[in-house]
Write a protein that binds this ligand. Structure first.
Ligand SMILES: [Zn+2]
Ligand SMILES: [Zn+2]
Length: 141
């Protein structure tokens, strides 16, 4: 995996830079990620909050996640691109939407979360570990 990586929103007003390897990578199939993204699931990478440098204004929308805990979903107020997930239960961690990476070629999801609510029209990689809800070591998104 990449040692450091960069990314940002569609319009370029939000840019970020991370200097460490992700703590985890996963596809999240919870209903909330489906609604927030408008897609079948969200591919995310979790990094330590203090290893992520964000430039530009990010607006956060707070929602109660499927875990029952609050999640702040960060997006660019100019173009609406979803960028981050900040779970209230894990304030030292932040989730980055993999599609916002400048170079997403190295990204590989390592597991599927919340497969209990996965859409029947989404094809999951059978080789990846599956968790019907959040895995025990998970960040409670
Ligand atoms: Zn933008
Ligand atoms: Zn989710």
């Amino acid at each position: 995996m990449a040692r450091s990586f960069t990314g940002g929103c569609s319009c370029g007003s939000v840019r970020y830079e991370c200097s460490v390897d992700p703590l985890f990578t996963a596809n999240c199939h919870c209903r909330d990620c489906q609604r927030a993204s408008g897609g079948g699931f969200v591919s995310v990478l979790g990094v330590p909050r203090d290893a992520l440098k964000i430039n530009g204004e990010v607006r956060y929308f707070e929602v109660k996640g499927d875990s029952g805990k609050m999640v702040s979903r960060g997006f660019c107020p100019n173009c609406g691109s979803r960028l981050f997930s900040q779970p209230a239960a894990a304030p030292t961690m932040i989730g980055i939407m993999a599609g916002s990476l400048d170079d997403s070629g190295w990204y590989r999801p390592a597991m599927d979360f919340y497969t209990a609510s996965a859409q029947p029209w989404v094809c999951m990689d059978p080789a990846l570990p599956k968790f019907p809800k959040m895995p025990p070591m998970g960040p409670n998104r």
